[in-house]
Every structure is written in C-alpha cells, then in structure tokens.
Design a protein around this ligand. Structure first.
Ligand code: RAM
Length: 368
C-alpha cells in the first residue's frame, strides 16, 4: 500500500523524501493567484476549449458543503484548475445551508443536467444515499472529497489526510496546550458532518488508548454548524459553562476563526487549536497572551482541489473505477494509487501541516 506524501512543507528534507518516493519533483506551494478565494464560486464554470484532446468535453460538478465557506472556495479553485487542465468544465454548486437536504436539491438538478461526474463534500454520511445512487444509475460518476459518504454510495473518496493521524494530531495539540491535564472542549461544524465526526471519534479513541491522556478531560463537543454566528455563540457558551476550560479544539475552519475572535476579544486565557485557514487566522496566531492560537493545522487546499479534480476526470474518462490498487496521474502532483481503508477506497493527499506564527503569513500571502 502506497501512502503518497504531498505536503505543504517547503523544507528540502521533505522535498527530497517526496522526490525519492515518486520519482519526480513535487510542487509544494500553490500558485499565488490560483489560490485566491473566488469572489463568488456559485458558477465557476468556464467552457473547455474544444481541443479534441482525449478526455476533453467532460462536465464535472462540485457540490460543496455550503456557500460562504472560504475552505470550499479554495477547494473549488483547485478542482477547477485540474479539470480545465484536463480539458473539462467545472460547475460549482454551493448549497444554501450545510445540510443534506440542501445538497440533495443541488444533486437532483445536476442529474437532470446530465453531468459526467459529481463530487460531493458530504453534509451527512447516509442521507445522500438515495440521490447519489440515482446519479450512479443515470451513468454519472460519483466521488466524495473532504467529507465522505458510505463506501457503497460513491466510487472513491479524496481524503486530505489519514483520519487517525488528524485525530492524534489534534489530541496531542490539546494535551500540549493544556499542559498535560485539565479541561478541553471541541467546537465542531454540524453534528452530521462525516469528516468532523470521524476526526472527533479518532481523537476520542486515541485518548482512550493511552493512559498519558488520563488527566485530560473532554467536557463537551459543541456544534457551530459552520456558521460564523452560531460558532461565536457556541464559543461564548463554552467559556461561560466551563470556567476552568483550558483549550478549545475546532476541527473546522469556520469554527476556529469564530472562536479565535471571541477568545481574543475577551482577552481569554483559553488556548485554541484545530484546523484553520492561514488567511482567516493570521491575526489570531501568536504564542503570547494577546493571541488565542499558538498553532493549528490544515493541508494544501490547492493540492487537495487539484487531486480531487484529477480524480474526477480520471473517473469520468474511464481511466479508473475507484477500486483499490488502481493508479492514475494527477497532473503535476504526480502518480497516485487508490487504497483501501477499512473497506472504503480512498486517494490520500498527505499528512496535515502545522501552521505557526512564523509561517502563517507566508501561506496567507499565497492566498490560502
Ligand atoms: C470547514 C469544513 C470542511 C473542513 C474544514 C477543515 O471548512 O467543515 O469540511 O474540512 O473546515
């Protein structure tokens, strides 16, 4: 089983490792302008030039979790880049809310439109099953990215990073920032989000598996629904309900940005970590008392988008079916192999990357 390492890390050590691993140089940094969030990604479709090249003419659709989420806009930019580079066209649909129902509405209309492939970042692991199977029956290739559904309902999942590794990384951050003991809380997205729930379960499992974490207490998992206001309210409630709280872990870019602002505005001593976008977190990152977030994690959003777009095109062109062991080339990112993780097939981008006060500006300046 090959685990491809495509990271944000710019260090020569990592670059050398990656080159050794796949026989070609990897471009770690996203293109500056390609990474800039789209002003309005509702319809990011651009007609593909009729080059007559093999694989051209395919129409790929991306159904994001919801509108107004910069993470989803960056993902869409990366997908668009890869789809167009392969001669296809991308349609982006941003549901009005981060719910399964809003996604079902979008997917139904894409089925009527007769697109070649649908990529979904799922708001619910099971509730999309019927509509995704309707799409499959209509000959549309279905894949997930960022947030998965049940394996039977899609061909393959483009996963940003190993679930257990994300869980362990976030737990270790909570442990470190709490000084090894005391209370921490999780501020998540929606209660149905497949990806956040998987990461939280992995955190809990890692905590139970090692007595080292015995003095660390998870007091609550709160849900801000990936809405800034609700995430703000939930953070305030956590601070009020748990006066001894030491750390908040927010495994959502929307949640962490809202929590960072609350903590910093209140001059709270509670420390924050999780998964965040450098552009949204830059002003909150620092190791002194004036800043709420000493460090956080994410992955290269353009690379995640590029890998997702390339995977969708490979499926649409019939180069892969989504089965374990299949290999394909994801443009400049190089060669990937589909792997089986507990009976579900995935393409994995690489390990999560740590953002610190030292490197956050560099990545924010790149548009991430
Ligand atoms: C939010 C979304 C997304 C997740 C990131 C980390 O933007 O919930 O699905 O992957 O956070």
């Amino acid at each position: 089983m090959k685990k491809k390492v495509i990271s944000l890390v710019l260090s020569a050590v990592m670059a050398a490792g990656m080159m050794a691993g796949c026989g070609q140089a990897q471009q770690a940094a996203p293109a500056a302008d390609a990474a800039a969030p789209a002003a309005d990604s509702t319809e990011a479709a651009a007609p593909a030039a009729d080059t007559g090249s093999a694989g051209g003419g395919k129409t790929i659709a991306l159904v994001t979790k919801s509108a107004g989420n910069a993470f989803m806009e960056l993902l869409a930019n990366g997908v668009k880049e890869a789809v167009e580079a392969a001669g296809g066209t991308l349609i982006v649909k941003d549901p009005s809310a981060a719910t399964a129902d809003a996604q079902i509405t979008e997917i139904s209309s894409l089925i009527s439109q007769g697109v070649d492939a649908i990529i979904v970042s799922a708001n619910d692991e099971n509730a999309l099953s019927a509509v995704l199977n309707e799409a499959k029956d209509a000959g549309i290739k279905v894949l997930t990215a960022d947030s998965d559904v049940a394996a039977a309902d899609r061909a393959v999942f483009v996963n940003q990073a190993d679930v257990n590794l994300i869980g362990q990384t976030l737990l270790d951050a909570a442990y470190d920032l709490a000084g090894g003991s005391g209370q921490y809380a999780i501020l998540s997205a929606t209660s149905q989000a497949t990806n956040q729930n998987a990461w939280i379960d992995a955190m809990k499992a890692a905590q139970e598996a090692d007595p080292k974490y015995a003095e660390l207490e998870l007091v609550e998992v709160a849900y801000g629904d990936d809405e800034p206001q609700k995430s703000t309210d939930q953070t305030q409630a956590l601070l009020q309900n748990y006066p001894d709280l030491k750390v908040i872990v927010a495994p959502t870019t929307v949640g962490i940005a809202a929590a960072a602002k609350v903590l910093q505005d209140q001059g709270s001593s509670v420390k924050l970590t999780g998964l965040g976008l450098p552009s949204e977190m830059q002003e909150y990152m620092g190791t002194d008392d004036a800043h709420s977030c000493p460090y956080m994690y994410l992955w290269n959003m353009i690379e995640l988008g590029n890998l997702t777009g390339s995977t969708a095109m490979a499926l649409a062109n019939g180069d892969i079916t989504g089965a374990a062991g299949e290999k394909f080339t994801a443009g400049d990112l190089g060669d990937y192999e589909i792997v089986d993780v507990n009976g579900a097939t995935q393409v994995v981008l690489g390990p999560p990357f740590q953002f610190t006060p030292e490197n956050v500006k560099e990545w924010a300046d790149k548009g991430m």
